[in-house]
Structure formats: structure tokens, C-alpha cells
Design a protein. Structure first.
Length: 198
């Protein structure tokens, strides 16, 4: 693996701690919201030995070194409550601006699968307006379809029958669309060039 990470994870709790130490913000009162816990407040995680010749274990070990410490159960609960309150305020503002708008349904597993599917189809040129040339991101579509495959693999045995059927159907349809698109691309690249005009 390369020494340079492809992405960087920023532990925003550390930034907040530095601001509080520099006096930019007053420390929050106890119970006023999520509490900042720095890595010094926690015991160091025990590193697990990676399995022999296991790429997934090596990747997990590499990511573990780059990731900030896992939030505590208390932090997660407080953060979730603050997030829910903030999301409710946004929804209330939107409903005040659009009185006919009803309460938004909760987001479920089907929304996640649908989001991946729609993204893959758009990346393969679906939804292009008539008369316009489709914009295809074949590598992006492949990555999105592969993410659906990872989702299917990692959730195996944890889904209801309906959720599993939906995921497998969406994965099948997305892969078939990818196969059709790549077949068309292969046919176009194999076709002889048109004769030169004289």
C-alpha cells in the first residue's frame, strides 16, 4: 500500500479542544450538549494482530492508525440527540416555508440501496435529457456498483427477506446495465473507422 493516504480523517473534537484552550470559545456547561473528550482522556486501544496474509486485516490495521479514537457511548448518545434536534429544527423551518409539506418519513435501508442504485444509473448516463449526449462515468459507476456488492456482503444474514430480495434485485439490475453499457463501448471501439471522404 502507498504511504500517502487517499483521504484524511479530521477529528473535529481535537480542533474544538484547541479552540477552547486558546480561549476562542467558552467551555460548554455540563449537560449543555455533547462533551468534548480528547484522546488523553481514554485508554489506548489494544491493537489486534493482523491475520497472516490477509489484505483486509492489513487495511483495517492501516486505517486504525489513521482514524481518530472511537467515540464513547455517552458521546454518541449526546451527539445523536443534538443531531436529531438540529434536523427537527431544519424540518420545522422548511415546513414553515412550505405549509403543504408533510412530516418526512424516517430514512431506512431501502433509501440507502435506492441512493446507490440511482447514483450508478446516473453515472451510466440514465436520466439524460432528450437530444443531449449522455455523460458517462464508467469508473464511478463501477465503484458504486462495487459498493452495493460490499453492502450485500457485509449485511448478509442481517437483513429481512424483503430487504435482501430488494438489494439482490438492485445489484442484479445495476450489474446488467453496466454489462450492456460496456458491451456497447466495446462494440464502438471495435467498429472500423468510417471511410474517408474525397
Amino acid at each position: 500500500m502507498s504511504d500517502k493516504p487517499k483521504f484524511e480523517v479530521i477529528d473535529r473534537r481535537k480542533i474544538k479542544a484547541e479552540e477552547e484552550q486558546e480561549g476562542h470559545h467558552e467551555p460548554a456547561e455540563p449537560g449543555a450538549g455533547p462533551r468534548l473528550v480528547t484522546s488523553e482522556d481514554r485508554p489506548a486501544p489494544v491493537a489486534e494482530a493482523p491475520a497472516a496474509n490477509a489484505p483486509e486485516a492489513e487495511l483495517e490495521q492501516e486505517l486504525r492508525g489513521e482514524m481518530p479514537p472511537e467515540p464513547t457511548a455517552e458521546e454518541s448518545t449526546e451527539q445523536k440527540a443534538a443531531y436529531d434536534a438540529s434536523a427537527q429544527r431544519v424540518e420545522d423551518l422548511l415546513r414553515a416555508q412550505n405549509p403543504g409539506m408533510g412530516k418526512q418519513p424516517p430514512v431506512g435501508f431501502e433509501h440507502l440501496v435506492q441512493q446507490f442504485y440511482l447514483t450508478a444509473m446516473i453515472q451510466m448516463g440514465a436520466g439524460t435529457q432528450e437530444g443531449q449526449r449522455p455523460r458517462v462515468d464508467i469508473m464511478g459507476a463501477r465503484a458504486t456498483i462495487d459498493l452495493l456488492g460490499v453492502l450485500a456482503e457485509k449485511t448478509k444474514g442481517n437483513l429481512t427477506d424483503a430487504e435482501d430480495r430488494m438489494l439482490q434485485s438492485v445489484l442484479f439490475e445495476a450489474r446488467m446495465a453496466f454489462l450492456e453499457l460496456t458491451s456497447m463501448i466495446n462494440l464502438q471501439s471495435a467498429a472500423p473507422p468510417p471511410p474517408a471522404k474525397r
